[in-house]
Design a protein around this ligand. Structure first.
Ligand SMILES: Nc1ncnc2c1ncn2[C@@H]1O[C@H](COP(=O)(O)OP(=O)(O)OP(=O)(O)O)[C@@H](O)[C@H]1O
Ligand SMILES: [Mg+2]
Length: 359
């Protein structure tokens, strides 16, 4: 799915934006503080009803507005419209419309528009705690495995209840009530994640070969001792869980380790290398999605030139073009971004929040 048309009101400094992006690459250039990242943020709002920069929607809504609104059409490359989407967010209220009807789950929209984000801060995926890496894996499963979302929701509900019981100091029997749902869904989630990480190994290596010349190894760490079942792990940890008031074993504690020469990449790689590795992981993920579901994500690439030299910029742009995904790339200096690998391309210039296509 691609975005054929998008209208934006009340997002940051953007002023009445109406764009018709190309199905290939869209280069968005402009000076610092002109509104480039805000445009990517608007696309993110369109697909997920939230920003990637902050949880506080009040910061995203234009200072002079009460609400923000992003509406538009998505469809196939070539211009046919398949769905109309509308997102309206005010301080206390969110409204999501899909094809003239209110919808209450953003997953309905997110499912249509898988978004892949690359920013100058992308390396944080590898440098910070495991929750972002779990999200990376779960993004893939959400789009590839229909059963995943249900298992994840059931697991999360049971985990919440078990943690509440632990905090209230309930007895063993009351805590065990929740274990069955945890074990059943937790084991399923773990199996799906393991298989998914397995299936990403070769594609990530292949992209890394071209972009980095290194071969990092991905390893899924399931969140409890490898050779035990989740049931045994929960039993063994119950005393500790009770003391801490939280469930300390299970897929909510899982991690994705990336090793190069047996060492964690975050302790070995430069910042540029970390950023490229994350890009490689996301490009590999897009390729996997296309193979399994014949679905393309949309790449939002903020400040692509940051921290990348000319050679790495070129290879990254080639790899992005090869995914076949609609891509939005921002740059202060458009000369640094060679869009020739794409056939379908449009260039937009942003100035004080106004966006115009450069013909
Ligand atoms: N809620 C808001 N209302 C109005 N303007 C805002 C709001 N939030 C941020 N801004 C302003 O919007 C402008 C655009 O910010 P944005 O981050 O999109 O710039 P940019 O083009 O990506 O710049 P850079 O090249 O420095 O990354 C900035 O001047 C910022 O101060
Ligand atoms: Mg920016």
């Amino acid at each position: 799915m691609i975005i054929n048309r998008m209208d934006v009101q009340g997002v940051r400094n953007l002023r009445d934006v109406h764009i018709q992006p190309a199905c290939g690459v869209n280069l968005i250039s402009g000076a610092n503080a002109s509104g480039k990242t805000s445009l990517l943020e608007a696309i993110h709002l369109f697909g997920q009803a939230r920003s990637f920069r902050t949880q506080r929607i009040g910061s995203v809504i234009n200072h002079a507005s009460e609400c923000l609104q992003v509406t538009g059409e998505v469809g196939e490359a070539g211009g046919t419209t398949l769905h109309r989407i509308g997102i309206r967010r005010c301080a206390q209220h969110t409204r999501i419309r899909l094809d003239q009807q209110d919808v209450h789950q953003i997953s309905r929209i997110a499912n249509l528009l898988p978004l892949q984000l690359l920013t100058p801060e992308s390396g944080a995926l590898l440098e910070q705690g495991p929750s972002q890496r779990r999200k990376f894996i779960d993004w893939g499963l959400f789009h590839v495995e229909h059963a995943f979302l249900g298992s994840w929701q059931a697991f999360s509900r049971a985990l919440k209840q078990r943690n509440a019981a632990l905090r209230c100091g309930e007895g063993s029997e009351r805590i065990r009530i929740w274990d069955q749902a945890l074990i059943e869904n937790g084991e399923r989630i773990t199996r799906l994640r393991q298989e998914y990480v397995e299936s990403l190994r070769d594609p990530v290596s292949e992209v890394c070969r071209r972009l980095l010349g290194f071969y990092p190894q991905l390893h899924y760490r399931q969140g409890w001792r490898q050779e035990t079942t989740l049931e045994d792990a929960l039993d063994a940890s119950q005393e500790r869980d009770r003391q801490r008031g939280i469930t300390t074993v299970g897929p909510q504690r899982a991690d994705l380790a990336c090793l190069v020469e047996g060492k964690p990449v975050q302790e070995v790689f430069s910042r540029g290398q970390l950023k490229m590795l994350v890009a490689a992981m996301r490009i590999a993920q897009a390729g996997h999605l296309a193979r399994i579901q014949q679905k393309q994500p949309i790449f939002l690439v903020d400040d692509l030139a940051a921290e990348l030299d000319r050679k790495h910029r070129r290879v990254l742009l080639e790899l992005l073009a090869e995914t076949g995904a609609q891509t939005f790339v921002t740059a202060t200096d458009p000369e640094l971004i060679d869009v020739s690998p794409w056939q379908e391309r449009r260039v937009f210039h942003v100035e004080h929040g106004k966006i115009a296509e450069v013909v």
